[in-house]
Write a protein that binds this ligand. Structure first.
Ligand code: ADP
Ligand code: MG
Length: 242
């Protein structure tokens, strides 16, 4: 990905297996968010390609990529602030709903059945984060840590194959962060999905990721298991040099 004179991501090549939990780490400005922006169609890569479950999704629009099974959260929270918590999730869930516009207007039997099912399933997403009591709260009135969790719940409601989390613990205290990391691991197993997790604090991801990719100045400097990464001299240099 080239931004004018800046090669923000260079020669990045990674393949992720189904069900893997992979950490993408690197110092601030390394290019992590830019990688997510390419994977989710926010940016079209200047060169190269992206394949998702056998489908070439390079250059597709974000909503198309969501339908192919990729969901994400944002480093800077992007909720529908003036909607309730449950409505934020329902918007993400809409692809799962099966009634026609006419049935929606005339409120037919199927409309009520589908809406009831949606309400229940969206509450179930909230329960994962112990947030069902906040269903009717406006998103903007949630405490910060819960806004982050709501973003994850909303991404999950799109029924993704791969979930990409951009610094989900940013701004949380150590206790909240620890719980969130456990929840992320739990989600991967419960929904049988693949997770790509961005963090800049490498200690955070060591505990839960099976594999870690480290980038610096847009280039991969190491790939491997947490133990391999911990002992890699290039990684130590980048992190101690910070
Ligand atoms: N839209 C953009 N236009 C120009 N430069 C950008 C843009 N987005 C990111 N960058 C630059 O690309 C580099 C990588 O940024 P980013 O991907 O946000 O890093 P990270 O998420 O690892 O902190 C930075 O130097 C940043 O300033
Ligand atoms: Mg970033």
């Amino acid at each position: 990905m080239q931004f004018g004179g800046l090669r923000a991501v260079d020669n990045f090549e990674v393949s992720i297996e189904e069900h893997e939990l992979v950490g993408l780490i690197g110092p601030n400005g390394a290019g992590k968010t830019t990688i997510f922006n390419m994977l989710t169609g926010v940016y079209t890569p200047t060169e190269g390609s992206i394949t998702l479950a056998g489908v070439d999704v390079t250059g597709k629009k974000p909503y198309e990529i969501v339908r192919h099974g990729a969901a994400r959260t944002f480093q800077n929270i992007r909720l529908f602030k003036d909607l309730t918590v449950i409505d934020n999730i329902k918007i993400a869930y809409h692809n799962e709903m099966n009634y026609s516009t006419l049935e929606g207007i005339f409120r037919g039997k199927r409309y009520w059945a589908e809406e009831k099912k949606a309400q229940q399933e969206c509450l179930d997403f909230l329960k994962i984060f112990d947030m069902e009591d906040y269903a009717d709260t406006l998103a903007k009135n949630l405490p910060y840590g819960k806004q982050r969790k709501l973003e994850i719940a909303r991404a999950l409601a799109t029924n993704p194959k791969i979930l990409m989390l951009d610094e989900p613990a940013a701004g949380m205290n150590p206790q909240e962060t620890h719980e969130l990391m456990e929840t992320i691991h739990f989600i991967r197993d419960k929904f049988d999905i693949t997770i790509l997790l961005i963090e800049h604090d490498m200690n955070l991801v060591m505990g839960i990721c099976e594999r870690i990719v480290v980038i610096d100045y847009g280039k991969i400097i190491a790939k491997g298991t947490p133990d391999e990464i911990k002992n890699n001299p290039d990684v130590i240099r980048v992190y101690l040099g910070e």
